[in-house]
Design a protein around this ligand. Structure first.
Ligand SMILES: *[C@@H]1O[C@H](CO)[C@@H](O)[C@H](O)[C@H]1NC(C)=O
Ligand SMILES: *[C@@H]1O[C@H](CO)[C@@H](O)[C@H](O)[C@H]1NC(C)=O
Length: 606
């Protein structure tokens, strides 16, 4: 009361020293009773103690200044003053109602807003900011309340899932207060308000609930088909309590390894499980309410397959082993390792050995290095490619499982011709694929080999056109014409001129008793010549060690045959002369016209 609001000042142009013509008096024409003005100073003050902004926040004052001391006949002027009241927090928030009731669906999700309440505060701005608090009730852990900063509403949100079957309603006692409190007004009374909020949970049909959403079981591989491995159970949470039907989501059980009993939820194997194929089966079981099949939910069953020793170890790779022909005994020529698809808990322990029969009679020994590898050593040094180009060594590998499994793996060892440094020069069975099929190098080598082979074939083909014969043979072939025609005998006079032939035949057969002198003489000459040549040939150290046919020709004069030659077989066998060994000694004579084959002692000319 009496707080100065403003000071108004008026001026008068008249002479202040002359009379009252410039002596002013202030008065308020409009604005009573809330304000008054000091008549002399013009100070405007509040005139009522409890002005309320919430009732009226604006006042229009009209102030008058009058000269002549405010007497009649004085001149006056007015001014207008607008007074605006500022807010103080003199109003607590107030709930319009003592209680509220809301319905909340059972399946509403956590953190969603289920109800809004608003306490009204007449003040302005920060003075009207409301804080809500849950002070009592049975929904303290289930709900919480916060202020919406834009609307100053209290938002009730859900903290955890509701379950109609367990609790159908909640009561909350909510208090609203100001965030900024003016302590002057706290004494007046409680500067807050409370209300009761009742939340009714509305029942909804719910899907089945599994006792565990993820269960984990261990099953040994290779258990018989139909073995029970796990069991699931679910129930209908609603009052209806419908029975549940179970099935396996076929997308989760690729290969259909498992069956489920639709009513009991027992999972059994429908096939043999193989850990080496699949270690973990992640099965989704779907449960649906029989009375309302649209109500479904699912659970995950993780079935881990545990190992059983059901695979024998075998060579870790395909080995291409070679050994030099004159290798020292005790040389390591290969180090073998093994693999086993099984997965024993304490790791693999392989045993390498040769079976007894092999161990007693083998060119190689095997040394188990006790680190899952074994070395192959030579046990003697006489490997000969010629005798045995490839050795096969059956190696037995056993694992440490119980019972232990083993397999026999055959190591192929190729014998190679090596130089002094042990570099392989020539191996018995060079494998073009050595180094692994499909590697770029191998493909390149293959292409090059193919090109090389084609080229070689082309060269050989062009070469083959030249007969592959010795030059001497060539001469013979070109010069000798062979007649090997027996003809029709003595009577066949048309085929041969028997006269020409009879001479020489009879000479041989009868030693020329009834023949003319000249013929006998010639025959003797010939026989002498032949025996001379025969002797020469027998003594010739450069003559081939095989029997040879030597050919001579004699150019006679008065013979009916004009030219005579004799083919003398030194071969005691009756077989025809092998052409390949035929050696022509023709160059001694100037010209060969015809050669007649002549068997010594034979009766037939050919
Ligand atoms: C099993 O399958 C479910 C659904 O496909 C997936 O969410 C989960 O991560 C899987 N679990 C494992 C251990 O693979
Ligand atoms: C020993 O090996 C050789 C060559 O493989 C074979 O000929 C011989 O019969 C074997 N001996 C025994 C007793 O197995």
């Amino acid at each position: 009361l009496g707080t100065s609001v403003v000071t108004v000042v008026a001026t008068d142009a008249d002479d202040p020293t002359y009379g009252n013509s410039a002596r002013l008096v202030y008065s308020i024409l409009q604005g009573l009773p809330h304000f008054y003005v000091d008549p002399k100073t013009g100070v405007v003050r509040t005139a009522l103690p409890d002005m309320d902004r919430e009732t009226q926040d604006r006042y229009q004052l009209i102030i008058q200044a009058k000269d002549m001391m405010g007497q009649m006949g004085g001149l006056s002027g007015t001014t207008m003053v607008t007074v605006t009241l500022t807010d103080v927090n003199d109003n607590p928030p107030r709930f319009p109602r003592r209680s509220y009731q809301f319905t909340v669906p059972e399946l509403v999700s956590v953190w969603s807003v289920v109800a809004r309440v608003k306490a009204v505060d007449l003040d302005l701005g920060p003075n009207a900011e409301v804080v809500y608090r849950m002070v009592d009730g049975d929904g303290l852990g289930t709900f919480q309340i916060q202020t919406d900063p834009n609307t100053q509403e209290g938002l009730i949100t859900l903290l955890k899932d509701l379950n109609f079957e367990l609790k159908a309603s909640y009561t909350l006692k909510i208090e609203a207060s100001n965030r900024h409190v003016d302590t002057r007004f706290l004494l007046v009374g409680p500067f807050s308000d409370v209300t009761m909020v009742r939340l009714e949970v509305a029942d909804q049909d719910e899907p089945p609930v599994f006792s565990t959403s993820v269960s984990q079981v261990l099953v040994s591989e290779g258990v018989p088909v139909g073995t029970r491995v796990a069991s699931v159970s679910a129930h209908d949470p609603d009052g209806a309590n419908s029975p549940i039907r179970y099935l396996i989501d076929q997308n989760s059980d690729i290969g259909r390894f498992f069956d489920i009993d639709g009513s009991s939820g027992t999972i059994t194997t429908s096939r043999y499980l193989d850990r080496e194929t699949r270690v973990l089966h992640n099965i989704t079981v779907i449960g649906s309410e029989i009375r309302d099949p649209s109500q479904v939910s699912s659970a995950v069953v993780l079935i881990s397959v545990t190992d059983v020793n059901d695979n024998p170890p075998r060579f870790a790779s395909e080995y291409w082993t070679s050994v030099c022909e004159h290798v020292q005994p005790g040389q390591v020529i290969e180090t073998l390792s093994a693999v086993d698809p099984d997965d024993p808990e304490d790791g693999h322990h392989f045993l390498f050995f040769l079976n007894q029969e092999t161990a007693l009679n083998s060119s190689f020994t095997l040394r188990d290095n006790r680190d899952n590898t074994a070395s192959v050593l030579t046990s003697w040094s006489s490997f000969l490619r010629r005798d045995r180009p490839v050795h096969l060594l059956p190696v037995v590998i056993a694992d440490s499982g119980s019972p232990s499994l083993s397999s026999t793996n055959t190591l192929t060892i190729t014998v190679c011709d090596c130089d002094l440094h042990g570099n392989h020069h020539l191996c018995s069975e060079e494998d073009p694929w050595r180094g692994g099929v499909g590697s770029p190098a191998v493909i390149l080598i293959t292409v090059l080999t193919f090109l090389g082979v084609s080229l070689l074939a082309a060269v050989l083909r062009s070469r083959r056109r030249v007969p592959q014969m010795m030059e001497e043979e060539q001469d013979i072939q070109e010069n000798i014409v062979c007649y090997d025609d027996e003809g029709g005998g003595e009577e066949d006079t048309r085929a041969f001129d028997m006269v020409a032939l009879r001479h020489s035949n009879q000479m041989n057969l009868t030693s020329g008793t009834a023949e003319p002198e000249s013929v006998t003489q010639k025959t003797r000459l010939l026989q002498a010549f032949i025996s001379e040549r025969l002797q020469e040939a027998d003594l010739d150290p450069s003559a081939p060690f095989i029997d040879t046919l030597q050919t001579y020709a004699l150019e006679g004069s008065s013979s009916a045959a004009q030219s005579l030659s004799s083919l003398c077989s030194l071969d005691s066998s009756e077989s025809e002369q092998n052409f390949a060994f035929l050696k022509a000694w023709g160059p001694r004579f100037q010209k060969l016209t015809e050669l007649y084959g002549h068997r010594v002692g034979g009766g037939v000319a050919s």
